[in-house]
Design a protein around this ligand. Structure first.
Ligand SMILES: Nc1nc2c(c(=O)[nH]1)N[C@H]1C(S)=C(S)[C@@H](COP(=O)(O)OP(=O)(O)OC[C@H]3O[C@@H](n4cnc5c(=O)[nH]c(N)nc54)[C@H](O)[C@@H]3O)O[C@H]1N2
Ligand SMILES: Nc1nc2c(c(=O)[nH]1)N[C@H]1C(S)=C(S)[C@@H](COP(=O)(O)OP(=O)(O)OC[C@H]3O[C@@H](n4cnc5c(=O)[nH]c(N)nc54)[C@H](O)[C@@H]3O)O[C@H]1N2
Ligand code: SF4
Ligand SMILES: [Mo]
Length: 787
């Protein structure tokens, strides 16, 4: 917990990252007590570290990294090592049903009958649009594809989305706008070869600790890469940066337009690559012509010279790896800002070769799978809802009438689903693997929607959560390592997690629950056969493989056996690439062919869709698309009443709404309760000292917590969003956030709102925030009492 990234194993550019196996066994268990080591991957972030789970006496007793896995070479971080212990406490062991206003325990028969009765009734009276499914980036491919088949092939509702909308929707749309299709071009091995690293709104040190360990090992090795960090806080990444740009939150696109302006102005452009492999250069140059470093410096609140310096690093490096994450995605011009990251690489021809790669990050372990398997913004296999042939293909796979498959408009986004549930047009909402009563913006409204009578709410979870408490029926599910299934990390690496132990009590896997639902509902294909046509994880995986043949995310060459033997393998994996594919677009040919593309794209200013005819007329034919739009201030900017810029994020020791991590002693002790971070200057102005209790108020709500005087930039207030409201003290960051989103990705703006801060009373000691992370106090004598 103190040495978060472990011991350094420095290496030079072009070398392989050395192995280092991290292991944790619970107190009192020796290696000789372990009865079996079951293979899988960590499910506590998108890094997807290959692991082995130690089992003894039917329980998990420890974990270790797999040295041979391409992702982590044996390493693990604090969440991965300790977080699984949270699965052993306070589990839901029986279904719950609401009776007389209270949730009471029941059996599966009663619970499922209630679910199916409500579902059937609404389907008969109001049709498929009465149904919504809000899922997760934390389930297995087999589960996503099964639910997509039920929802889109059986019931026929477009109202399906994941919490991936809150998470990586912008990664997906930026890929779609630039390259025609979702799918990560780069690979983690690019870190091994690069000359420069650019981290855009990404606190990798805390959110993908093992990836940061890889970067640190390069930084501490011979010929280290230069590092540029764009983050309003002095994170551990910022501390190692050649250039740190602590921009005002909510001004990303101004900075990005200036960086592109500067590459063009100085002439850092690979003209040959641009001419051969892109369209839109003239429009991009025109759109950024006035975006000088001086102009952006004024908006972003950083020196123009630093913007110039950052552009110089990009322009004078031959191989750059860029990562882009929530600091960019959870903002108002998210897709445009993320596209500009793609554009930097296209302008320099830095794609598809070792060391030159883009990582538009995923956050959740299986966010990628929600996107590709059809529970979110695309039809399964990244198929284009606007392409009738793609819809026909799916209909053939499922043996259903193409007209059942909703394709008259894009799949509904989560914001719209909650709006429909608010109005009651969605009268049946199934929530699985997500806790929106903490994680959605503007919680007072979300709680009202979930608790109202206008919508019947089913929640599948493994614990009682803020969301289950508002549900009509709660279904207890099996967690990671209690079921078998596959999932895919940020750099397209697919892992198989094998079942290690039985789930507690009556808990069942999401796959079993959804198959049961489909059978009870009597969903059938055109010939009266059961839909979905499978019952087991491996059969679901085989069906998924068939659905991906010929698509960019081709899984057809993978098998459970191969994943067991090798560990992580990158898609596409098929007859031509049986060992998987390290990088996409090595030939500079993109998925922008009209017949193949996942999307025809959008206007980045308004979000208006490009039609198939307009798209065809441009004859893009395999070239990448350079595009941006002009910077606009966020919807909510500081004013006299709310003078500070609020932003939110994570700490290394917790996972989201903490259902697992608050039940793991080491993690909970390291960050036990809520805090908010103020800059030295703002704290002095407000008369607030370290640990003093402050109230933070926005137009939507207020929270109260001890203040940490940290290295956040002046004018910005940072809060972790892990802590839901407890009892009488409101501590949920999302009580303050705004119901607003990017027009293309529809990703909510968790990182820009206006607030004021008041001192409530003096505190009894330092804030309960970690001291060895971005939350480190300005007063270096303070150490975390929890550790
Ligand atoms: N420990 C831990 N790790 C996790 C998770 C977790 O909950 N805990 N969750 C996983 C998931 S689902 C996700 S999505 C990823 C998220 O991973 P990250 O994106 O790294 O996480 P965040 O902390 O949300 O945001 C990153 C940084 O954005 C900065 N930021 C805030 N506003 C702005 C802005 O306007 N502009 C810029 N440029 N930066 C800004 C914040 O200061 C913060 O340091 O992490 C994954 N890993
Ligand atoms: N203010 C603010 N808000 C944010 C963010 C932010 O940066 N700032 N980040 C956003 C992002 S990036 C994300 S990803 C979301 C995450 O938000 P949530 O998805 O709401 O957070 P989790 O706590 O991960 O919730 C997952 C739930 O699924 C349950 N679960 C775990 N495994 C399984 C399983 O196998 N099956 C089922 N059925 N349930 C399971 C867990 O117990 C937990 O209750 O929050 C978003 N909200
Ligand atoms: S970096 Fe992510 S996947 Fe790897 S051990 Fe840590 S939490 Fe797990
Ligand atoms: Mo996320």
């Amino acid at each position: 917990m103190v040495e978060i990234w472990g011991e350094r194993t420095p290496y030079a550019s072009g070398d392989a990252w050395p192995d280092r196996v991290d292991q944790f066994l619970v107190d009192g268990v020796a290696e000789s007590d372990v009865e079996s080591w079951v293979r899988g991957a960590c499910l506590l972030c998108s890094n997807g570290c290959g692991v082995e789970v130690a089992v003894a006496g039917g329980r998990i007793v420890g974990i270790r990294g797999r040295a041979e896995d391409r992702v982590n070479h044996g390493r693990m971080g604090p969440k991965g090592l300790y977080g699984w212990q949270g699965q052993q406490h306070d589990r839901l062991t029986a279904p719950l049903i609401r009776q007389g206003g209270r949730l009471v325990e029941t059996d599966w028969e009663t619970a499922m009958s209630a679910v199916v009765e409500r579902s059937r009734n609404l389907l008969d009276t109001k049709g498929p649009l009465s149904h919504g499914f809000f899922t997760s980036g934390q389930l297995m491919i087999e589960e996503f594809y099964t639910l997509a088949t039920i929802g889109k092939g059986g019931i026929g509702t477009p109202h399906m989305d994941g919490n991936t909308r809150l998470c990586t929707a912008t990664a997906a749309t930026a890929f779609g706008e630039s390259f025609g299709c979702d799918g990560q071009p780069g690979s983690y091995t690019d870190v091994d070869d690069c000359d420069a690293l650019f981290l855009f709104g990404h606190n990798v040190a805390e959110t993908q600790t093992v990836l940061w360990a890889r970067m640190l090992d390069r930084l501490d090795g011979p010929n280290p890469p230069r590092l540029v960090c764009v983050d309003p806080r002095r994170t551990k990444v910022a501390e190692r940066a050649t250039v740190h740009l602590p921009i005002r939150n909510g001004t990303n696109l101004a900075l990005m337009n200036a960086l592109v302006h500067q590459l063009i102005a100085v002439g850092y452009v690979d003209r040959e690559y641009v001419a051969a492999h892109t369209v839109g250069y003239d429009e991009l140059a025109a759109a950024t012509a006035d975006a000088t470093p001086e102009w952006a410096a004024e908006i972003c609140g950083v020196p123009a010279a630093d913007i110039v310096a950052a552009a110089d690093v990009f322009g004078t490096s031959d191989r750059v790896v860029s990562t882009c994450s929530m600091g960019f995605y959870q903002s108002h011009q998210a897709t445009a800002a993320a596209c500009q990251v793609n554009n930097l690489h296209l302008l320099r021809g830095m794609l598809g070769r070792p060391g030159a790669g883009i990582l538009q990050m995923n956050g959740q372990p299986s966010a990628e799978n929600n996107r590709e398997a059809g529970c979110g913004p695309a039809l399964p296999g990244f198929r284009n809802w606007g392409n009738a042939e793609h819809v026909e293909e799916l209909a053939r796979l499922w043996n259903v009438d193409p007209l059942v498959i909703p394709h008259w408009s894009p799949p509904t986004d989560a914001n719209a689903m909650f709006r429909y549930a608010e109005q009651g047009s969605i009268g049946f909402l199934w929530i699985a693997g997500t806790n929106p009563a903490v994680s959605m913006p503007n919680l007072n409204r979300i709680r009202r929607i979930l608790s109202g009578n206008q919508c019947f709410v089913v929640v599948s979870d493994a614990y009682r959560t803020e969301t289950t408490e508002l549900a009509d029926v709660v279904l207890p599910v099996a967690l990671w390592a209690e079921k078998t299934g596959t999932f895919t990390n940020v750099d397209r690496t697919v892992h198989l997690q094998e079942k290690a132990i039985e789930p507690p009590g009556q808990a069942r896997s999401d796959l079993d629950v959804w198959i049961d639902y489909a059978r009870r509902l009597g969903l059938a294909d055109r010939d009266g056969g059961p839909l979905p046509a499978w019952d087991t994880p491996e059969a679901a995986f085989e069906a998924w493989k068939a659905a991906t043949v010929g698509r960019p995310c081709d899984y057809s060459g993978l098998s459970y056996q191969q994943l067991h033997d090798v560990g992580g393998i990158q898609w596409p994996c098929n007859d031509t690439a049986p060992a998987g594919t390290e990088r996409l677009y090595t030939d500079g040919v993109f998925v922008t062919d009209r017949a193949r593309c996942e999307t025809y794209g959008h206007d980045l200013a308004t979000g208006a869709g490009v039609s198939a005819e307009q798209y065809s007329a441009r004859r893009i034919d395999g070239r990448a698309i350079l595009k941006t739009t002009g910077y606009q201030p966020a919807y909510e900017v500081p004013d006299e009443q709310f003078p500070l810029r609020f932003t939110t994020g994570r700490t290394v020791f917790h996972w989201h709404t903490r259902t697992k991590t608050k039940r793991a002693r080491q993690l909970q002790d390291a960050a036990p309760s809520m805090w908010v971070e103020l800059s030295t200057q703002d704290a002095a102005r407000l008369g607030v000292g370290e640990g003093d209790i402050v109230r933070v108020t926005s137009r939507r709500g207020a929270i109260q917590a001890p203040a940490r005087i940290s290295h956040v930039r002046e004018g910005t207030v940072f809060a972790p969003w892990h802590y839901g409201d407890s009892g009488f003290v409101e501590t949920a960051a999302n009580d303050l956030t705004i119901t607003a989103w990017d027009p293309i990705s529809k990703q909510p703006e968790f990182k820009v709102a206006a607030v004021n801060v008041q001192l409530i009373r003096h505190g009894d000691g330092p804030a309960p925030a970690p001291t060895n992370t971005a939350s480190a106090p300005v007063d270096a004598t303070i150490t975390n009492p929890g550790r």
